[in-house]
Design a protein around this ligand. Structure first.
Ligand code: GLY
Length: 445
């Protein structure tokens, strides 16, 4: 079974490991940089950008894969799944129109409105300054802070939130002007109310009709300990052995699942079936879970929490996704806790060091029991170089969060370079803070 994988980060390293657990899989990977973890388990690689359509077609023609799996959002956004399906290659990852659930924030919010999906919020979209000031002032009068989101993809750097990157709603107006002037994310934007609560992630495998859920995970977007500093792609994440999260009630998890279920029905009616992984980024508010945004792919780092504990053969899951047969299989995850800690370049995400050597003692890491995933690194002439984004992820899996955290933590010292990480991820103190925050919000009224 030849599987073509597109993408070369830690998420794709986790996908690659999960795929090759099935002995029949021969892996062929197209990735921009040489990720040594993926490289060594691939039969062949094409070192090309994940959005190079001609290179993707040429590689697919050369290897003639039985299936393709697309890791990152950028190729999904330009219709790589459509191209591969047209070439006769069943592909895990939605086509361009359904992928708009991530790539077009206006599409997403309008879908919620049109199909009356629960968990929506106050928003408006703008392609120029007309009416923008009035809309923000209306929210200001109600005491609501805003979030400004460029409509298109911005590599995770476009969304700005009052109280985080923006001082107040007036600064939000100035940022909106910058988006129009510089054409950020297509030069169109959405202003929406800022949600207050605790974030969590819920993933589903989707085959166009059905969705099967994975355990919820909590990511940590801030760069520094105590949830301080700039927003990153995610500094690490944890999941719990009972497949719940300690601040999330069962009925709230059910509500989140219902929101995702109605979303895939709505996508199908609007633009056609969605086949791939759907990632719901939720804010658990005092009024229940609300969608902050969707991603049309596995989360990074969340994929590193989920795939190592997937008991069901991942290839069979992919097969069910592309053949519309998820209803016919049971998907099981181990009842174990996971903690993922990302090691990132100094200065990340604002001004990260690049092209410096990072040393990874694989043998020592393996003895700690942690799982190592290579991310934004490039192997050249026997050395490993930092490329400027998150470098290496370490994952502990254990019967409890404490054990999983200890395993991940014990492996960090075997990474040597101009890097840092968040020691607090997966610690009981941090998790207790989340529970307290949620309890306070619930008891406020
Ligand atoms: N965990 C953030 C993301 O995958 O976009």
């Amino acid at each position: 079974m030849k599987v073509m994988l597109i993408g070369g980060g830690a998420r794709e390293h986790a996908i690659a490991n999960a795929l090759i657990k099935n002995n029949s899989v021969k892996l062929y990977t197209l990735m921009k940089n040489k990720n040594p973890g993926i490289y060594r388990i691939s039969e062949k690689v094409s070192l090309k950008p994940e959005t190079d359509i001609e290179a993707i077609k040429a590689f697919a023609n050369e290897i003639n894969p039985d299936m393709a799996v697309i890791g990152p959002e950028a190729p999904l956004g330009i219709g790589v799944a459509d191209i591969l399906w047209d070439m006769g290659i069943p592909t895990v990852g939605p086509k361009k129109l359904p992928a708009q659930i991530e790539t077009n924030k206006e599409f997403m919010r309008n879908l919620f409105k049109k199909y009356n999906i629960k968990g929506s919020l106050e928003y408006a979209s703008f392609s120029n300054y007309d009416g923008l000031e009035e809309f923000i002032d209306k929210l200001t009068d109600k005491g609501i802070d805003v979030v400004v989101k460029p409509v298109g993809l911005t590599g995770g750097k476009g969304v700005k939130v009052v109280g985080e990157q923006l001082a107040d709603n007036n600064e939000a107006k100035k940022y909106a002007m910058e988006i129009f002037e510089k054409g950020i994310g297509g030069g169109k934007l959405i202003v929406e109310e800022k949600l207050v609560g605790v974030e969590f992630t819920l993933h589903g495998f989707v085959d166009g009709e059905s969705i099967k859920f994975m355990p919820p995970v909590q990511d940590h977007p801030h760069a520094y300990e105590g949830d301080k500093g700039p927003i990153t792609g995610g500094m690490g994440s944890y999941s719990c052995p009972d497949h719940r999260l300690p601040f999330l009630r069962d009925e709230e998890l059910c509500e989140a699942k219902e929101i995702m279920r109605t979303t895939i029905e709505a996508i199908k009616k609007e633009v056609g079936p969605y086949q791939g992984i759907l990632y719901g980024q939720f804010m658990l508010t005092k009024d229940g879970p609300k969608i902050i945004e969707y991603n049309a792919r596995f989360g990074d780092p969340e994929a590193m929490n989920l795939l190592p504990i997937l008991k069901t053969d991942f290839l069979s899951v992919c097969d069910a996704i592309v053949n519309g047969k998820l209803d016919e299989i049971d998907i099981e995850f181990e009842n174990r806790a996971t903690v993922c800690k990302y090691v990132v370049p100094k200065g990340y995400p604002v001004n990260p060091v690049k092209n410096e050597i990072i040393k990874v003692n694989e043998e020592a890491i393996s003895k700690t029991g942690a799982i190592l995933y290579y991310a934004s690194v490039d192997e050249r002439e026997g050395n490993l170089y930092i490329t400027g984004s998150r470098s290496v992820a370490l994952v502990g899996v254990g019967d409890t969060i404490e054990i999983a955290e200890r395993i991940a933590e014990s492996a960090i010292k075997y990474i040597d370079g101009n890097v840092f990480y968040r020691k607090d991820i997966g610690t009981l103190e941090l998790i207790k803070g989340r529970i307290n925050k949620m309890n306070k919000l619930r008891n406020r009224d």
